[in-house]
Design a protein around this ligand. Sequence first.
Ligand code: AOF
Ligand code: ZN
Length: 438
Amino acid sequence: MINPAFPSDRIADRVHMARAIRLAAQGLYTTEPNPRVGCVIVKAGLVVGEGWHRRAGSPHAEPLALAAAGDAARGATAYVSLEPCCHHGRTPPCTEALLAAGVARVVVAMTDPNPLVAGSGLDRLRAGGVAVEQGLLETEARRLNPGFIKRMERGLPHVRVKLAASLDGRTAMASGESQWITSAAARRDVQFLRARSSAILTGVGTLLADDPSLNVRLSPADLPGVGPDGTVRQPLRVVVDSHLRTPPTARLLSLPGQTLIACLDPEADGLRPGNPEPLPTTEPHLTPIPAPSGDQAPDRAPAHAQEPDLDDDPHIRLDPKRAAHLAAATHLEATGAGILRVPPGPGGLDLETLLRYLARMEINEVLIEAGATLAGSALQAGLVDELVLYLAPHLMGDAGRGLFHLPGLDRMHDRLALEIQDLRQIGPDLRLTAVPRG
Ligand code: AOF
Ligand code: ZN
């Protein structure tokens, strides 16, 4: 769509920005936690340099394109899918590189939502005498980085729920049998969803039933931008396991990559759902579980505990539970897994707090691969941005299990509305992508 706010919406500008966006997409599987960014430098109608950001810590798109352009960058136009940065991060500011190269005009698709940049990059370029335009192909550019944008704007990752079902919406037979509903082609497609994600989240129910691996089993050559010599990044695996029922022998604990077990905090430790209190961001990433002290008294005595009344002290009464919790945590930690204690929320641990925590770990995109209960709670809590539903051409009957557990939906008025964004065939199956509406 033509953007009426864009002052010089010429065909050539659109072509070059479209190219910058395609270049940016090369980083789909490699740039996290950084955004995917592409840059094209054009002089007198000719492309003189191109670049795209490959991974955090390596050069940004603009210096790569400038290096390719060399002296031809002087007086040229730079098309960038994201506002150039003006801060010293892992790499120096791109604004200074553009100014030093003598670029005359910079066209950006969108401003950088990173509060360290957020318009200051464009201001810096203007102050340096560069003509600046923004907003060309902004919708397309935003689609490159749903997780980075949401994390920067709202402190939450982009959450995608993947489900596989029969055409009549069943995910398992009544017996629990579910392997395999969709074809090998559809399951391979899921591998690409995993590969672009920073974390894969499942529930302990799925873990106990299926013993899933939740890893990426593609080879480097399968992933554009990784290349045959690159390494395939394994997303963080997160198990939502309120009462630490994950067996230390679970398959995913023995695979390369990190696993985080999110459990219910037996004492809540002062954190409440939605508590803005910052969780620790420094290493180690995880809330440590205090070792039990001699009498197993709580580390922080409640305010009313001046005259201890043992019968009334919830911590003393919880001791056996707490001891079991600590023993289970110790066994899981011995496998290398991290334990994260999360305060309670509706129907278990508070998913929003967990997601906020993951965002603080610089997790951009989360893929939920779980059963009806976790998928339903995430959806009802308004935490899901995207549903990817694989539908196999089978009917499994009405004794089978459904896609989402959504208690309280009694009337038509209560329905959760979705908007279908994409529908395509993957082998014999259908893949439907939808976003919750409203
Ligand atoms: C750009 N061009 O290609 C990218 C940008 O730690 P650093 O130095 O890699 O900086 C990361 C931040 O820089 C990131 O959070 C985002 O704001 C911006 N990313 N900016 O000008 C690029 N990848
Ligand atoms: Zn930069």
